[in-house]
Write a protein that binds this ligand. Structure first.
Ligand SMILES: [Zn+2]
Length: 270
């Protein structure tokens, strides 16, 4: 990328790399980048062997949360923030008193890996069975659409497929925008939103955040955000009415998390 853009490496102050799974941000090691690699990967070391600039590494949702703390004024009113990312998987991170929280062995909050079924659950990317994530991920929604188009060839989703094409992560948004309120897809999404709201409510009881920040491809649809918050308040009407916010300003800047960790780890300490 640098080569193609003719950017000389001596003009670069540092790089930020964000990745799925837990990360030891002190040494820049991806501890378990699910599905990409099965073992720990020393990303910082690899980058710094190849490039003359320093590299910061962090889990993607922790990095997004840091960008929220660095580039918005949220910390003026909320010091304890739970971030929830829906799409393609389910990610989360927590800031306590304005600091991104990491616990045992650099683990952060993992709402997506709450156990929701004891038996016959789906296999999760983390290697366990019965986690929330595989039941409500973008892939699970795509799979639901695929199955429905086969079982109901004259149904609304099958008709949508004629114009949109076979469902995939890439065109899932078109299905969400195209499906009518009465479409069977919305009853499935309500089940997904309820399951996510249920474990999020449990996390809220344990972590007591001032704000719940919603982000990710699915929450970019207002109808999905509405569905989720309705389910959350149905489960727990005692929650403060202004608890949920969307991280709207950065939804089109996918690199903002990587920028935030590079600034925070490499530049601010100088
Ligand atoms: Zn899992």
């Amino acid at each position: 990328m640098l080569w193609e853009s003719s950017i000389s490496t001596d003009k670069i102050l540092g790089a930020g790399v964000t990745i799925i799974g837990p990360v030891n941000q002190d040494e820049g090691i991806a501890l378990h980048p699910f599905r990409l690699f099965e073992q720990a990967i020393p990303i910082k070391q690899y980058f710094e062997e190849e490039f003359p600039f320093r590299t910061a590494v962090e889990s993607n949702v922790c990095a997004y949360l840091l960008s929220e703390l660095l580039y918005t004024n949220i910390a003026a009113t909320a010091q304890n923030i739970l971030m929830l990312k829906w799409g393609p998987g389910v990610g989360s991170a927590m800031a306590i008193r304005g600091q991104v929280y990491k616990g045992y062995n650099y683990q952060s909050t993992e709402i997506g890996h709450n156990q929701i079924t004891e038996k016959n659950g789906k296999k999760c990317n983390c290697g366990r069975t019965g986690c929330l994530e595989p039941s409500i991920s973008a892939d699970a929604i795509v799979e639901f659409i695929q199955k429905n188009t086969i079982s109901s060839p004259a149904g609304e989703l099958a008709r949508l497929m004629e114009t949109i094409g076979a469902p995939s992560r890439g065109n899932l948004s078109q299905y969400l925008d195209g499906a009518s309120d009465s479409c069977v897809l919305w009853s499935f999404l309500t089940t997904c939103a309820h399951a996510l709201a249920s474990v999020t409510n449990n996390a809220i009881h344990i972590l007591a955040p001032d704000k719940l920040v919603l982000m990710g491809d699915l929450f970019e649809h207002d109808s999905i955000t509405r569905l989720f918050t309705e389910q959350l308040y149905q489960i727990n009407p005692m929650l403060p009415p202004d608890l949920c916010i969307k991280n709207q300003p950065f939804s089109d800047k996918k690199y903002i998390g990587a920028t935030a960790i590079a600034v925070s780890q490499l530049l601010l300490p100088l």
